[in-house]
Design a protein around this ligand. Structure first.
Ligand SMILES: [Zn+2]
Length: 508
């Protein structure tokens, strides 16, 4: 690996202060996976020792500062180095006490937990989950990053129920490649949307962790010339109204992630002004992405001739109207909904039975097409993820239209304290569903639908109501200018009593 792609001045301490995001020093991994200090990650391993080896090379070879090596926690074996802690023959409460002490002693460090399977063998799963939940605020307080290794498929109940308490999951899988089977890692939640649920093949060669990235196995990332990127960005931002995006060559799915492909399909033919209104919270990131695609010849950003078919909200009489919206937000949700409905005229709702029938038809078809294999399941998850993006774009467009109906300009940012109310109102107006929303952490919310209209009468192995999680992300983007990630963790299609979503506000 060449030295210039790995920052020489890198240190965990510096990274911690700067962004509060974990920096492993591996350029590709750090581009894909985003983990905040003060959070837990589940490493779900389909192989015998894939996750263990992955973390060992990741933290062993790429960090600049050896003194910052992870602390490993085990319940068996010998402590062969000072960074390994063995908690032998202990009850779960003794383990809990030992971990609290460890977190205090090693504040801001990385912890790798090997003890979860042992705890699950000797304790009731509910007890382990309760204890795990109890650890989370302590992790946040100690600003540690904690990886929990768990074999995939052995403790299925726990795999599912642990999700609300972790920031994300990294799955290690084996997949049959063209010549031989290959290892892949899949980030779930702890990454940008474009990498969510994407499987990255990797291999370990000696001390190097090589990840398939931009057409080959590598531990380096290609840097675009900052001069060229800046020149393009200046051109874009100076001409938002006159420049539009066109696809110059047909992008292939092989070079773009499904998310990027979807994003591109939503902005091709549109002015940059329009893109800024639909994706306000990630406009800067999208412009940067556009500049890279521009350089690579995937898109062109050209002067638009004539007027574009875009219905952009206009700033009009904002003062009185804005007061109306603030007033509406201060009232109970049912009143707010009625007011907004009255103000914007007729609201077109999709009747619940139509929604559920269309959903059932889709899922039945997918079940037959994809059969009952693990490859089919992975495919199903990807399709459901894509459906989420359609929920998201629908929500963005609708929210923008509503805001403009109310006379609000598209730019004012609504205060985050209204988040629960706006989400409740969206579900009530759009779907006649009354969600229960509560804050579960500094940056997380839980949204429970007791009468979800999407999954009624459906049976599936994965949650199927992604259209709603997409809706929530879209609303948060347009209304609050917040980057969020929303996942359905329980679904009635899987036999649960309710559909439960976890919404995480991402780093701004
Ligand atoms: Zn559901």
């Amino acid at each position: 690996m060449s030295q210039n792609t790995k920052s020489d001045s890198f240190s965990f301490e510096g990274a911690r202060r700067a962004e509060n995001l974990l920096q492993t020093g591996h350029p590709v991994f750090d581009k894909i996976v985003k983990i905040r200090y003060g959070s837990s990650i589940l490493m779900l391993d389909e192989t015998f020792s894939g996750a263990k080896n992955f973390l060992s090379v990741l933290f062993g070879s790429y960090a600049k500062d050896r003194a910052d090596a992870p602390i490993e926690v085990r319940m068996r074996g010998k402590a062969e180095s000072e960074n390994v802690v063995v908690i032998q023959d202990s009850s779960i409460s003794e383990v809990s006490i030992a971990l609290s002490a460890l977190r205090e002693k090693h504040r801001g460090r990385i912890l790798i937990h090997h003890e979860l399977p042992d705890l699950l063998i000797s304790n009731n799963a509910e007890v382990v989950l309760k204890t795990f939940q109890f650890w989370q605020p302590k992790t946040m307080d100690a600003t540690t990053v904690e990886f929990y290794l768990l074999p995939k498929g052995t403790f299925e109940e726990v795999e599912k129920k642990i999700l609300p308490f972790v920031e994300g999951v990294v799955e290690i899988n084996v997949r049959d490649g063209e010549k031989r089977s290959e290892l892949t890692f899949t980030p779930i939640g702890c990454c940008e949307h474009e990498h969510h649920l994407r499987s990255f093949p990797y291999k370990i060669e000696g001390e190097r962790l090589l990840i398939e990235w931009a057409g080959g196995y590598t531990d380096e990332v290609r840097e675009f010339s900052t001069e060229t990127v800046d020149r393009l960005l200046n051109r874009y931002t100076g001409n938002l109204d006159s420049l539009k995006v066109v696809a110059s060559s047909r992008p292939s799915l092989a070079t773009l992630s499904v998310y990027d492909y979807w994003l591109l399909s939503q902005i091709v033919g549109k002015s940059l002004r329009y893109v800024s209104m639909i994706f306000p919270e990630q406009f800067e990131a999208i412009l940067k992405k556009l500049s890279h695609w521009d350089i690579d010849g995937l898109v062109k950003v050209v002067e638009s001739e004539g007027s574009l078919k875009e219905h952009l909200p206009k700033e009009s009489e904002p003062k009185f109207q804005r007061r109306f919206v603030s007033l509406a937000l201060a009232l109970p949700t049912r009143v707010t909904s009625a007011l907004i409905a009255a103000k914007t005229g007729k609201i077109h709702r999709v009747p619940a039975d139509v929604l559920s029938a269309s959903r059932m038809a889709t899922v039945s078809l997918l079940n037959i097409l994809l059969e009952n294999t693990s490859a089919g399941e992975a495919q199903m998850r990807r399709i459901i993820e894509l459906e989420k993006r359609f929920g998201e774009i629908t929500a963005r467009l609708t929210a923008l239209k509503r805001i403009s109906h109310l006379g609000e300009g598209p730019n004012p940012k609504v205060d985050m304290k209204h988040l629960e109310k706006i989400i409740a109102t969206t579900f009530l107006i759009g779907y006649q569903i009354r969600p229960k929303i509560r804050k579960i952490s500094g940056h997380g919310y839980e949204i429970v639908l007791t009468d979800c209209s999407l999954c009624k009468e459906i049976t599936a192995k994965t949650p199927v109501c992604s259209q709603f999680s997409g809706t929530i992300e879209g609303i948060c983007g347009v209304v609050f200018k917040l980057r969020t990630s929303c996942e359905e963790v329980d679904c009635r299609a899987m036999g649960e009593k309710v559909c439960r979503f976890v919404l995480n506000i991402m780093q701004q």
